[in-house]
Design a protein around this ligand. Structure first.
Ligand SMILES: [Zn+2]
Length: 76
């Protein structure tokens, strides 16, 4: 699961979050969703695509489609 560094633009706190496609990251200090993702560990494009595909598959199994565009929603 990808681990990202975020900075909260509301309270300026920085923190790490495990992020899945099915969740919206929120600040642990103030609950704001106004976060800037910090680019700390670049991931190879192929690996990144695989991570996204895996996360989306998992999200689909769990029934979360809110982060999908209609054209991206799996059929069947
Ligand atoms: Zn905050």
């Amino acid at each position: 699961m990808p681990l990202y560094d975020y900075r909260c633009t509301a309270c300026n706190k920085t923190f790490e979050l495990l992020v899945r496609a099915s969740t919206v990251p929120t600040c642990p200090a103030c609950g704001s969703q106004q976060l800037e993702k910090q680019v700390s560990a670049p991931v190879a494009p192929g690996q990144s695509a695989a991570i996204i595909a895996r996360a989306r598959k998992k999200a689909a199994r769990e029934g979360h489609f809110s982060n999908y565009k209609p054209s991206e929603r799996p059929r069947g």
